[in-house]
Write a protein that binds this ligand. Structure first.
Ligand SMILES: Nc1ncnc2c1ncn2[C@@H]1O[C@H](COP(=O)(O)OP(=O)(O)O)[C@@H](O)[C@H]1O
Ligand SMILES: Cc1ncc(COP(=O)(O)O)c(N)n1
Length: 283
């Protein structure tokens, strides 16, 4: 007996369907992974911008994480919009309790979302310290250059990676996606090895949800048992296809596409063990 690998996203809802947990669920599905959610906030959002945010009570966010982990046993977790310091603190406590992130058994992809691509805030200004505090749990933290500027005060990819690792992340993936050159170059490092992930820059304004898709694809591959570098390499190949298949909808920035993955996750060994244990069999 085996089922699909399970991944959990802890993220906000984008009513426009382009980013946030909607992009994460599309990505998990494209990889054949069963997606679960802990919703942190409901945004009032379309392709033009964000006009409202309703935060979910911190305890309800933590309870969603607990309910998912105890029953569905995700083998990777991804975070996106976390909204506020009290929500982040509740998430950190839940992660530690359930073995999510460094020191636990479930890898954590932490996308430190601070604003939407329209420049609308998705994190309260006084929550930056709380967000930095969560980095010590991250298997990988995946900021863009606007986020590195806010979080560690630099837009230099190498300097930013160094500062993120100093805050406790195991790996840093510093994205170069918002530059203007002909290539989209992201830096992945654990402080010892540097891997440059290089792809053609595709000329389009329809990149809504690209960052969520990269982080969710990484979590999907991790859920299937990939090493972190292999998961990130596969995710970068996938997000490049996602940008290539982006489309126009609405009056503003359209979303990236979510074509079926070339490198899907068929099932997870951990998932098999859980199913076997539930059935009373010896795994
Ligand atoms: N126009 C583009 N062409 C190709 N890849 C892109 C493009 N825009 C973004 N990417 C890639 O998509 C991923 C997400 O990057 P980015 O858009 O910077 O994230 P975020 O949504 O967090 O701002 C990165 O790997 C980046 O290099
Ligand atoms: C709920 C939510 N989460 C994340 C993003 C970031 O995505 P983008 O940078 O593409 O706007 C967003 N706009 N909304």
């Amino acid at each position: 007996m085996s089922g699909p690998a399970v991944a959990l996203t802890v993220a906000g809802s984008d009513s426009g369907g382009g980013a946030g947990l909607q992009a994460d669920l599309h990505t998990f599905a494209a990889f054949g992974v069963h997606g679960t959610t802990a919703v942190t906030a409901v945004t009032v959002q379309n392709t033009v911008g964000v006009t409202g945010v309703h935060e979910i009570p911190p305890q309800i966010v933590a309870d969603q994480i607990g309910a998912v982990v105890e029953d569905l046993r995700p083998t990777a977790v991804k975070t996106g919009m976390l909204a506020s310091a009290p929500i982040i603190e509740a998430i950190g406590a839940a992660f530690r309790q359930h073995g999510i992130g460094r020191g636990g058994t479930i890898p954590l992809v932490l996308d430190p979302v601070c604003a939407s691509m329209h420049g609308d805030p998705l994190l309260e200004p006084d929550a930056l310290d709380a967000l930095r505090g969560l980095f010590a749990l991250a298997t990988v933290v995946t900021p863009n250059l606007d986020e590195t500027q806010l979080l560690v005060g630099t837009r230099d990819q190498r300097d930013a990676a160094r500062a993120l690792l100093a805050l406790g992340a195991e790996h840093a993936l510093v994205k170069g996606g918002h530059g203007t050159g002909p290539r989209s170059r992201d830096l992945l490092t654990d402080g010892v090895t540097e891997i440059w992930l290089d792809a053609e820059r595709i000329e389009t304004g329809n990149t809504h949800g690209s960052g969520d898709t990269l982080a969710a694809a990484t979590a999907a591959r991790l859920a299937g048992g990939d090493s972190l570098p292999d998961a990130v390499r596969a995710a970068k190949r996938y997000v490049t296809r996602a940008v290539a298949t982006s489309y126009s909808v609405g009056a503003g920035h359209g979303p990236v596409g979510h074509p079926p993955a070339d490198e899907p996750v068929r099932a997870s060994a951990a998932g098999d063990e859980v199913v076997a244990a539930r059935a009373g069999a010896t795994p």
